[in-house]
Ligand binder design. Sequence first.
Ligand SMILES: C[S@@+](CC[C@H](N)C(=O)[O-])C[C@H]1O[C@@H](n2cnc3c(N)ncnc32)[C@H](O)[C@@H]1O
Length: 243
Amino acid sequence: MEPAGVVRKTKDADRSTAYELTEAGRATQRDRVVASYDAVADRYAQEVGDELDDKPIDRALYACLAELVGAGAKVGDVGCGPGHVTKHLADLGLDVVGVDPSPGMIAVARRRYPRLAFRLASLTDLREEDGAWSGAVAPYSLIHLAPTERSAAYAELSRAIAPGGWLLVSFHVSTSDQPPGSVRHLDDWWGHNVDLDFHFLDPGDVETGLTAARFTTMSRTEREPWPDVEAQSRRCYLLARRQ
Ligand SMILES: C[S@@+](CC[C@H](N)C(=O)[O-])C[C@H]1O[C@@H](n2cnc3c(N)ncnc32)[C@H](O)[C@@H]1O
C-alpha cells in the first residue's frame, strides 16, 4: 500500500518500483513547506537576513547579473525569503520584485523593505506575463522542490524570462554526510516545528534541466562554505542565458 499522496510506478525495464507524487500529494507537500517557512520567517531574517555582507562571491555574481541585464531591468527574486537579495539587487539599480509562497516570509520582507515590491508566487507558478522579466535569481529555493517538480520550475522560469535574459540559480550540492541527490529532513529548526526537506542537488542535473528548458549555461561556480557565516555545505551557482 502506497503512502497518501503518491502513486506507484512500476518500471518495466528492471521491475523496480518508484513513486511519484499525485497532484494532491504535491499540494500537501507545498503546504508543509509554506507552513514551515511561515514558522521560521522572523528567525530566518535574524540569522540570514544580513548574510550578503560576508559573501563576496555571491555579491560578485549578483553584480554580474545586474551588468548583463542592464540598469533598470525588470527582474525577479524567486524564493526571496526575508528579502535581502531583493534589496541587494534594487541597490544595484534593478527593478526587482521578490516572490515567495510563504505569507510569513513576504510579511517579513515587506516589513524590512517597505519601499520594495514583494508578492506571493511559486517557482512553478510565477504569476507573470510571458517574457516579463529580463532576468531572475533563485537563491536556495529549488532545494525545496520534489525532483518531479523541477522541470516544471525550469519551464516556468523560461516562460517568465524574455529570450536573451539571464537566470542565476544557487543551491546546496553536498556536505560531509550528504552527497548530491540526497535529502535532509528537518522537523525542528531553531526550536520551531517544521516539516521540510532540503534536497542536495547535482549541478550536472540542474544544468541538464535548464538546458531542456531553453537555457544555455554561461558559468558554473562551485564553492566551499564560508566558515562561521552559513550552513557548512558545498554550493553551486549557475548563470544561464535564456535562448
Ligand atoms: C532557504 S530559503 C532561501 C531564502 C533566500 N532566497 C535566501 O537566499 O536566503 C528558501 C526559500 O524558498 C522558498 N520556497 C519554498 N518553496 C518554494 C517554491 N516552490 N517556489 C518559490 N520559493 C519557494 C521558501 O519559502 C523560502 O523563503
